[in-house]
Design a protein around this ligand. Sequence first.
Ligand SMILES: Cc1cc2nc3c(=O)[nH]c(=O)nc-3n(C[C@H](O)[C@H](O)[C@H](O)COP(=O)(O)O)c2cc1C
Length: 397
Amino acid sequence: MSLDLSHPSCEDLRRTARRRIPKFAFEYLDSATGRELGLKINRDALDAIGFMPSVLCGRTTADLSCELMGERYDLPFGMAPVGMSGLIWAGAERMLAKASVAANIPYCLSSVAVASPEDIAPHIGQNGWFQHYPVNSGELRRKMLPRIKAAGFHTLVMTVDVPEESRRERQRRANLTVPPKFDLRTIAEMLRHPTWCVAHLREGVMPRMRFFDDYVPQRGRESFTHAGALIRGIPDWTYLRELREEWDGKLVVKGVQRPDDAARMVSEGVDCIWVSNHSGRQFEAGPAVIDQLPLIRAGVGPEVPLIYDSGVAWGLDVMRALAKGASFVMLGRAFLYAVAAFGARGIEHLIHVLRSDIEANMSQLGAERLDQLSHYLLETQRAFEPALPPQKAVSMK
Ligand SMILES: Cc1cc2nc3c(=O)[nH]c(=O)nc-3n(C[C@H](O)[C@H](O)[C@H](O)COP(=O)(O)O)c2cc1C
């Protein structure tokens, strides 16, 4: 049966992923922190964003391409960094990289992925971004940055919303520890998912953080401990300033929720602000991050690129974020549900689903360009004056 019939939405991919992978891997991917209020707050706020369709617009063909930090992408969304993707499904990072090139969208490789930048380099072309967690010494950072650049990653994303590990209760109940322990319960769970095990055997790589391996005395399990506790540093403004001086490519800061933080980052020379609350994985009592987006846009002005993520699961969500002031949208879990459900085919399918959903909904609105979307927001939800009038209204004059 075609995936379009059996899995028409991201929610369907999530359901299949849950069946195909061990519980500890699924809970790692799916969970948020605390009572997981953050997930609900984000979802409710996204759902509350409505549009006013316009009719008699003739046939509309939506142009979904967009420019971000000087690069042209075919779609307004990309792949957010997901640590240990290769644990969720063997070879996930490579599959994501290849799919990002095929669809011409960006893929941000996590510094705590299973694959190293060198593993991904042959597959990523110009579409690779690299995510950086602050490390505990400038010396270490200065060793890492040229390596990332040499592997072909031109955009660096510094994540600032993980000052400490968060407590993810669901993950704990599923027996996932860092470093992972292979006790009877974990092994039994793995054996209940033979396809997942075979994929790992075929890949032949023990899931571990290969980028960090080179910076710790003993490889393997130790890289988990070091990345989590020893290598990880505390993000602060001095760190950001030093990083800006040392990295001559594009610099994005990820995990921003406050307009004053965003404005200060721009004045520090950051190229792009990534508005995100890690999808409720770090702190659950903050605002719905989509509601912060227009405030941040108003603060930094129309020119600064803003990326939005957290809770995006439908093409309509991508449109909501763009209408609220984002220049681009990223998805984390959705792409990993897709890989876990159907491997490379799943990623391709998810991209198709998101694209089709955006096209269908834009034609309902009568919109042809992404920069028109804010015009179609319900009157009560317009937080800032949109830049351009709807194209159809113009052509009627
Ligand atoms: C399993 C998992 C691992 C993640 N690992 C990282 C990471 O290594 N670095 C990072 O900056 N963000 C990480 N994130 C956060 C994502 O980049 C992104 O902000 C978030 O998943 C977006 O929300 P969504 O999953 O609702 O799309 C992770 C998210 C998940 C679900």
